[in-house]
Design a protein around this ligand. Structure first.
Ligand SMILES: N[C@@H](CCC(=O)N[C@@H](CS)C(=O)NCC(=O)O)C(=O)O
Length: 214
C-alpha cells in the first residue's frame, strides 16, 4: 500500500485531527501543504478534491476522500495499529456522539469565537469582539460539561486508550486553551486537566504541534 496523502495545513484543526488518527495508528503519511486562507486562493485543482473548499482532503491508493470524520474512520478501518473506536456498542455510540458535539458546537465556539477572537484578531491589529467571546464562553462551558458527563472512568474519554473522539477533541482544546478564558475553563475540571495533560504528551500531538501553540 502507498503512503496516504493529507492535503491541508499544519495550523488547521481538522487537518490535525486526520494527522493524529494516522499518528495514533503509526501510519507514515505525506502532508501536502494547502493554505486555505492564502491570498491567491486555493490551487485551482483543489476543489476537485474538496468541493466546499475546506481542508483537509485525503487520498490513499487512488481513493479520494474528504470530511474529517469519514477520513478518520477510513484510517481506523484500513490500517493496522491500535483500534481507535471502542467495541462495546454503548462506548462506540458515545464516541460518535462526542465527535458530533465537537463538529456541531465546539469547533466554531472554541476555535473561532474564543481562540481566533481573543488571540488572532488582536495579533493582526484588530479589536476582539468581547460580546462574541462572552456568549461563546457560555456555549464552551456547555460543551466541556456535556463531554465530561459522557466520559467513562478510564484515562481517556472512553477507556484507557485514545479513540477518534479524543483525536477529534485534542486539536480544538489545544487552541481554545491559548485564550486565558479557555485555559481557565479547562482548569476548573480535574477530568479535563488530566485528559489534556495525557493527550498533549502523546507523540502524535508532539509531532503535529503548530506555531499557533505557545
Ligand atoms: N466538515 C469539514 C470541516 C473542515 C474545516 O472546517 N476546515 C477548516 C480548517 S480547520 C477550513 O477549511 N476552513 C476554511 C474556511 O472555512 O474557509 C471536515 O470535517 O473536514
Amino acid at each position: 500500500m502507498n503512503e496516504p496523502i493529507v492535503y491541508g495545513a499544519s495550523y488547521s484543526v481538522y487537518t490535525r485531527i486526520v494527522r493524529l488518527a494516522l499518528e495514533e495508528k503509526r501510519v507514515p503519511y505525506q502532508l501536502e501543504e494547502i493554505d486555505v486562507f492564502a491570498e491567491d486562493g486555493l490551487p485551482t485543482d483543489y476543489l476537485a478534491r474538496q468541493p466546499f473548499g475546506k481542508i483537509p482532503a485525503f487520498e490513499h491508493d487512488g481513493f479520494r476522500l474528504f470530511e474529517s470524520g469519514a477520513i478518520t474512520r477510513y484510517i481506523d478501518e484500513t490500517f493496522e495499529g491500535p483500534a481507535l473506536m471502542p467495541e462495546p456498542v454503548h462506548e462506540w455510540a458515545r464516541a460518535n456522539q462526542i465527535i458530533s458535539i465537537l463538529d456541531s458546537h465546539a469547533y466554531r465556539t472554541l476555535v473561532w469565537d474564543v481562540f481566533v477572537e481573543r488571540i488572532r484578531v488582536p495579533q493582526k491589529g484588530g479589536d476582539a469582539d468581547e460580546g462574541k467571546i462572552a456568549s461563546a464562553l457560555e456555549c464552551a462551558e456547555t460543551c466541556l460539561d456535556t463531554i465530561e458527563s459522557l466520559m467513562g472512568d478510564g484515562s481517556y474519554f472512553l477507556g484507557n486508550f485514545p479513540t477518534l473522539a479524543d483525536v477529534h477533541a485534542a486539536p480544538m482544546i489545544a487552541l481554545f486553551r491559548q485564550a486565558p478564558e479557555g485555559k481557565e475553563l479547562i482548569q476548573k475540571s480535574v477530568r479535563w486537566i488530566e485528559w489534556w495533560n495525557r493527550m498533549n504528551d502523546r507523540p502524535g500531538m508532539i509531532n503535529t504541534r503548530s506555531e499557533l501553540e505557545t
